[in-house]
Design a protein around this ligand. Structure first.
Ligand SMILES: Nc1ncnc2c1ncn2[C@@H]1O[C@H](COP(=O)(O)OP(=O)(O)OP(=O)(O)O)[C@@H](O)[C@H]1O
Length: 758
């Protein structure tokens, strides 16, 4: 053995020692959490508060056990040797020495001390002498890649940890996204660790790691701003359910705290909007002018009848005249309240008019003007006092016939009812949306049965804003809950204060830390509330008015102006990370520029970052995609690929029955991995019978070896091999067809074939 390889073996053995020690610590931590969990699961009974505390603690320890399990592969993946002689190991979580002085044994990749691992370069070494990537299989160290950061090596490459990066990029895909914590590149790190506040827009071509960066940013923010974010939660918006499944397990820390993964169709509580509709209909619904249409639709439901309405309230018939209704409507509108809350004002006004008629009839004093009438002479012409009038109003308000009139003239409306009625009636649409063309209105018209489409969700949200909810009952419930927390907290303080005086009898000077010393009942109650809020994500999902601490939007180019209004409502602090690629826009309502999106909400107060390197797609495939991109917009520079595959993509024309053979060839060539056949929606049924083994349908199983998808379904995903079928058909299917083709061509990590049916 040469002295060099002896040295390498010694290094490997030393790292193995560290890695083994770290796994030992991980095992102990997991064991402790599992024991606590088992103890909690054995307990039962107790007060409701005790039970809810126990549930929260159970969830906490269950999450911990899951987290320790999740960090098992690749627990420690790096080491920094510092110029001052020290060193630190970098890993998926932080681990401390619990016996000595609580020194960090393993630094969490999100901690500031880990940052140089990603950004130190020979030119800017940041105190680092050497960076080491530690490769492991199971718990065994199988290799070390060292980079010496001295100036002699400067400019050799702009990639950090190139060997480890290339190994990650050429690895076979599994149908689930993997984390990139071992090989985050400097331009990505800058985005991941950007400060929390404000709107950050990240533009990047296909495969530049936008999704990966967005998810790692969420994990970083939750780690760094835990206090601020865990109670309010972080919302991550993705394009479709398949995509959310694809990313859902990337980082264990995303599951552990308040992160809500959602599509636009999930963002209106109580509704899962999955109805399919023409892209042109979604485009109309996405226009900002829909706010005016919805406001007009609400006003149209506040009606004044053309003729007086006869209301039969046995034994008499009352007459409600249009001018009385109009006066009541004006009063209600002027009240400044939202529709459902202003209804009470309208009802009051109409009751005034009706009660007056009743009072006139029943309260008339037949002798009021009789000069000999005794006591009541010169009194009011009406015998009724205020209490009588109030009774009459109450009786009238309870009359079904009167209530039917209120419902007719100023109905209490849910957003769902308002929109369902609007879209079901050509007349209602003509009245509320005169600014839309007849063709556009026709696109909105539909049968109420069949559920909601994703583009309806921002409209429902807008309607909810305009209608207002009478939430006095919900608020009373919340106040009662808080009161219960407060009483519980006071009880805890009383008990601890009582035991404190007893405990300290022997030594009154002893400073025993006690909950009563550090917080009052209010603060403890708030803690308790937060404890119950452990699932901030679950609570947020059920509450339309939830304000998230941070919102992350992926494939942001697909969202319409109306969708942005909804998201801005969910994020009043405007702390957002928005990632996307304008060149990949499929939605007809997509923006021309990022400025167009944000100007109405934050003017020009948003920051931009760009990702320029394509990690997914090898150079040979990027060349093909770049030709399509030039046709979309010649000024856009395609992302720079980091590697060559050495294999040129193929492009062939033939009968459809040749396709299965070509796909099988690709599968055997790559020997494992994932494959997709991407086709225009119109061709999918025919291809589905030609490729019986392929996963297909609305929710295809992405972990199957071969899947058959439309381009829309493949958005954001990647596969080792891809066959794009009928590129001209893809281009012809939509006005944004060229962008769709660009998306399709940039899905593969290794091999691309283009098949043109003859
Ligand atoms: N620093 C990195 N180290 C290892 N792999 C990386 C790195 N950055 C990105 N990747 C990988 O590159 C692939 C593309 O990443 P990602 O899907 O996040 O790109 P994207 O910009 O969102 O693409 P698209 O616009 O096509 O949706 C993924 O497999 C991701 O894991």
């Amino acid at each position: 053995m040469s002295s060099l390889s002896r040295l390498a073996a010694a290094e490997l053995a030393a790292e193995q020692g560290t890695v083994t020690m770290l796994y030992g610590r991980l095992d102990r931590l997991r064991e402790q959490a599992a024991q606590r969990l088992a103890g909690l699961l054995r307990e039962s009974g107790g007060t409701p508060q005790a039970r809810s505390h126990r549930d929260a603690a159970t969830a906490l320890y269950a999450e911990r056990v899951a987290r320790y399990d999740a960090v098992e592969p690749g627990l420690c993946f790096g080491r920094l040797d510092l110029r001052d002689g020290g060193h630190r190991h970098i890993g998926r979580i932080g681990i401390f020495d619990d016996e000595g002085d609580f020194e960090p044994l393993l630094v969490d990749w999100r901690a500031p001390a880990a940052r140089p691992f990603y950004v130190a370069t020979a030119a800017h070494p940041d105190g680092v002498a050497q960076r080491r990537h530690i490769r492991t299989r199971g718990r065994t160290v199988i290799g070390l890649d060292d980079e010496v950061l001295d100036l002699a090596a400067a400019d050799a490459t702009s990639l950090t940890g190139e060997a480890a990066l290339l190994a990650a990029l050429t690895a076979k895909r599994t149908g689930r996204m993997q984390d990139i914590v071992e090989t985050i590149q400097a331009e990505q790190d800058r985005v991941i660790r950007a400060e929390l506040g404000g709107v950050l827009v990240v533009q990047g071509g296909p495969g530049t790691g936008k999704t990966a960066v967005a998810l790692h940013r969420a994990a970083y923010l939750l780690y760094t701003y835990r206090e601020q974010l865990s109670a309010r939660g972080v919302l991550i918006v993705g394009p479709n359910a398949a995509f959310l499944r694809y990313i859902s397990q990337v980082l264990p820390s995303l599951a552990e705290t308040g992160v809500l993964l959602a599509t636009l169709g999930d963002l209106y509580p109580g509704i899962t909007a999955r109805r399919a509709e023409p892209a042109a209909a979604a485009e109309v619904k996405g226009r900002t002018l829909m706010t005016d249409v919805i406001a007009a639709a609400v006003r149209d439901r506040q009606r004044v009848p053309e003729d007086a309405i006869r209301i039969d309230v046995d034994p008499e018939v009352l007459l409600l005249r249009p001018d009385a209704v109009e006066a009541a409507r004006n009063r209600a509108r002027r009240s400044g309240r939202l529709h459902n809350l202003a209804r009470a004002v309208f009802v009051d006004g109409v009751l005034d008019s009706l009660a007056e008629q009743v009072a006139e009839r029943v309260g008339q004093d037949p002798f009021w003007d009789d000069p000999l009438g005794g006591d009541d002479a010169l009194a009011s012409p009406n015998l009724l006092d205020a209490a009588d009038l109030a009774d009459i109003r109450a009786d009238l308000a309870a009359e079904p016939a009167v209530r039917a009139v209120f419902d007719e003239l100023w109905p209490a409306l849910t957003p769902e009812a308002l929109l369902a009625d609007l879209f079901a009636s050509a007349d209602a649409l003509a009245s509320a949306a005169p600014q839309l063309s007849a063709v556009d209105r026709e696109l909105l018209l539909r049968d109420p049965a069949g559920g909601w489409a994703p583009a309806d969700v921002p409209l429902l949200d807008e309607a909810a804003e305009l209608l207002g909810e009478d939430d006095s009952a919900a608020r009373a419930r919340a106040a009662a809950l808080h009161q219960a927390s407060l009483e519980y907290a006071q009880g805890v303080l009383d008990i601890t204060a009582g035991s404190m005086s007893f405990d300290l009898e022997d030594d009154p000077e002893a400073a025993v830390p006690n909950v009563a010393n550090v917080m009052d009942a209010d603060a403890l109650a708030a803690r308790h509330d937060t404890g119950e809020r452990l699932g901030a994500a679950a609570r947020a999902a059920a509450d339309r008015r939830w304000a998230f601490g941070h919102v992350i939007v992926d494939e942001a180019q697909e969202l319409s102006p109306m969708a942005w209004r909804l998201l801005m409502r969910r994020c009043p602090s405007r702390s957002m990370t928005v990632v996307g690629d304008l060149a990949q826009t499929a939605a007809l309502s997509g923006p021309a520029s990022w400025g167009d999106i944000f100007a109405p909400f934050v003017a020009d107060r948003w920051r931009a970052a760009e990702l320029t390197v394509s990690y997914r797609t090898p150079a040979e495939i990027m060349d093909v995609a770049a030709r399509v991109l030039a046709g979309i917009d010649p000024s856009i520079v395609p992302p720079r690929p980091v590697r060559h595959s050495g294999v040129e993509p193929w492009d062939t024309t033939g009968r459809l029955d040749r396709l299965p053979g070509l796909v099988a060839e690709l599968v055997s060539e790559l020997d494992g991995g994932t494959f997709a056949v991407l086709a225009p929606a119109g061709l999918v049924p025919a291809l589905s019978s030609a490729l019986p083994g392929a996963a297909v349908g609305e929710q295809p199983d992405l972990e199957r070896q071969v899947v058959l998808l439309t381009v829309a379904q493949a958005k954001g995903l990647e596969f080792d091999g891809v066959v794009v079928v009928d590129p001209d058909g893809i281009v012809g299917e939509s006005p944004r067809g060229a962008s769709d083709l660009y998306v399709a061509l940039t899905r593969p990590t290794q091999r691309l074939g283009v098949f043109r049916p003859a």
